[in-house]
Every structure is written in structure tokens, then in C-alpha cells.
Design a protein around this ligand. Sequence first.
Ligand SMILES: Nc1nc2c(ncn2[C@@H]2O[C@H](COP(=O)(O)OP(=O)(O)O)[C@@H](O)[C@H]2O)c(=O)[nH]1
Ligand SMILES: [Mg+2]
Length: 307
Amino acid sequence: MFKRLTEGLQRTKANFTTKLANLLLGKKEIDAELLAELETQLLLADVGVTVTQEIVSNLKKRAEQREFVTAEEVVPALKEYLLSLLQACSKPLFVTKTEIPYVILVVGVNGSGKTTTIGKLVKQLQKNGKKVMLAAGDTFRAAAIEQLQIWGERNNVPVIAQQAGADSAAVAYDAFSAAKARGSDVLIVDTAGRLHTQSNLMNELKKVVKVLKKIDANVPHEVLLVLDAGIGQNALNQAREFQEAVGVTGLVLTKLDGTAKGGIIFAIAKALQLPIRFIGVGEKIDDLQPFNAREFVDALFKDEWTN
Ligand SMILES: Nc1nc2c(ncn2[C@@H]2O[C@H](COP(=O)(O)OP(=O)(O)O)[C@@H](O)[C@H]2O)c(=O)[nH]1
Ligand SMILES: [Mg+2]
């Protein structure tokens, strides 16, 4: 798992940790030039303006107080700061035994990795002995329904679906009733990521939530927003929109393997303050990993910094 994580983070490592290591290691003085360079590199790694400014001004102050003399001494402090940012968001998804079925609504824009994440998640839940059911709530295209059905067959779990163009709230309602009737432990509802307009999409998602709440006010127990790490700062705007429409309770950050912009995770942690439940570091089933802040930071800094 840790090996997959380090491999998956290669590009981000090259764009982030390797460059920072080159900048900070060796007996260099901490001066304005070095701090300016550090600022640039953090921004280029998509860590975001807020986090970058906070880091740089904090380090500057500590350098002025002579807490650090050489640039190398900054390294542990930087790692510590990044870790603390992520630790605040390191809360694994906990599927309760009392809420049956435990309902997970999966949202996110088209192509972010919702359906694939669901497929991988099913496998993990099954490993933990859970009986899972899926709902094909992305009714926008027939291919989207089929894609979920293929994952259902692969994992041998039932998929509640209607034809393309059907009302996704009706699919979710049917699926919830079916999951109750058949004693499923977990129901995962897939949704569309694109409709004719963005406001149509948000209205559809709101309707899905409203209809589910008619049966049980506590449902969905988890609204999982899937974000493609490769889109950089746009992820923040997307998250805010979904947050406003349906109240996101957890995040999945996918495609960290395909991007050098993995530093976005720090911007996301700082700006959204939402639990990061899983990260995607590849297309294989084990490439969806429960998020662990310390492991993530260790993987990112592995071989670059031994401190
Ligand atoms: N490399 C990589 N590809 C991923 C990851 N997660 C999803 N994908 C790919 O992203 C594409 C879109 O995924 P899909 O689940 O269909 O997105 P959806 O439209 O949100 O349901 C597919 O080709 C997936 O295989 C990941 O973590 N890493
Ligand atoms: Mg999909």
C-alpha cells in the first residue's frame, strides 16, 4: 500500500518535494531571496495562496527570531506544518452498524472518477464483510448506467437502475427501498456529473437528497464529493458549489498518480476543512486508499528528506 502510494505520488514528488529539497538542503542562509523562491515553488505546486503565505510568513518570523539559521533547519518545520494541515482532515469513513442501510451519495463533476471510485469502494466494503447495493443515479447517459452495472457484476452486487433519462431521484428512492427490503448494509448512489446546465445538475442532486430524506431524515449518511486532483485550484470552486447544494461530508481526491499538482491537497485541507476519506493513486482496485495524513506526507517526502 505504501509502495503504491509513493509510486502514485511520483509526479507530485518531482514537482514539489524534490524541488523544495533542492532549494533548502545544503548549507544555505535563510534570506529574502530564498523565502521568495520558496513562495514561488509552493505556488507552482498548487499549494495555494493562503497556505503558501501562512508558511512563508511563519518561517520568516522564526528565522528572524534565530530559531533557524540554515535553510536546512526549515525542513522539519515545513513537514510538520504540512502534516498538521492534513491531520485535521484525516478522518476515515466509518460505516456505522446501527444505520442500515448506510447510505453514501457520491457526487462530483463528469470524469472526476465517481463511478470508478464506487467500484473500488465496493470491494473494500466487501472485504469488511458488508453487503453492498448500488444505485445507478447517473441517468444522463445509457453508458453511465452500463458502467456501474459492469462494476456490479464484477463485484457481484445488485445494481438498481432504470433506463437512461429516468428521474434520478426515483432511482435513488427505489434503491433505498430495495436496500432496506434486502437487508443491505451499505447503499451507494452514483449520480450525474453533467446535465444541460450546472444549475440543472445541482437541482437534480438536491432533489435526490430531498427524496431520500422523505424516507429517513438521516439519509444520506455520507455525501462523498469526488475531486480530480489534476484540475488544481478549480477543485476548490467545484467543492464549494457542491457543498452549497448538497452539504458534502467527505472528499475523495482522485488521479493523484496522473498529476504533478498533488499539492492541491494542502489547499483543499486548509480551505474546505472537510474529511478526506480516500485518495486515488491509479486505476487498479487497490489504488483507492483510505486517506492517512502521516502516510501521505511520509510518502511525499520519502527519499528526499530523511528528517
Ligand atoms: N489514473 C487514475 N485514473 C482514475 C482514477 N480514478 C478514476 N480514474 C479514471 O478516470 C476516468 C473517469 O472516471 P469515471 O469513474 O468514469 O468518472 P465519473 O464520470 O465521475 O463517474 C476513468 O477512465 C477512470 O479509470 C485514479 O485515481 N487514477
Ligand atoms: Mg460516472
